[in-house]
Ligand binder design. Structure first.
Ligand code: SF4
Ligand SMILES: [Zn+2]
Length: 134
């Protein structure tokens, strides 16, 4: 099994989940591996909708180019991998303040923008502590 960032990006090679797969007794396993131009796996995805191991299957399938995994097509997984490689910047700080241009500051060139509201709150707390200490 892979671990760390590699796993988050491209899934896992664990296969324990396969025994619980909703499609494991499907009479035509090939139906999950549609090939050729125009091939689509719409009908078999009905199985994925109620599958108890859908998440694990997708995790595994992110390393697979071919077939339907976790209810996703090859094209959909390519998109997921692309998105995971370049995650969108967060819209809110950890305290839930919106990271708008007015509410953010950049400490050093290239660093992740910080939350102005949090920074100000920290500064106020610092002032308060100083006042109490003196
Ligand atoms: S998510 Fe779909 S392809 Fe994956 S195990 Fe379940 S039924 Fe099979
Ligand atoms: Zn904040």
């Amino acid at each position: 099994m892979t671990s760390g960032p590699q796993r988050e990006l491209f899934g896992t090679r664990s296969v324990d989940w396969m025994k619980d797969a909703a499609c494991k007794d499907h009479p035509y396993p090939d139906a999950f591996f549609p090939v050729g131009p125009g091939a689509h796996a719409g009908p078999v995805r009905i199985f994925c909708g109620n599958c108890p191991v859908r998440e694990q299957c997708l995790d595994y399938g992110l390393m697979e180019n071919y077939g339907i995994w976790g209810g996703t097509s090859e094209r959909e997984r390519r998109r997921i991998r692309r998105e995971r490689r370049s995650p969108k910047p967060p819209t809110h700080c950890r305290q839930g303040h919106p990271l708008t241009s007015e509410n953010t500051f950049v400490q050093n060139k290239g660093s992740i923008p910080g939350c102005r509201e949090c920074k100000n709150a920290q500064a106020r707390a610092h002032q308060r502590r100083k006042r109490l200490a003196s």
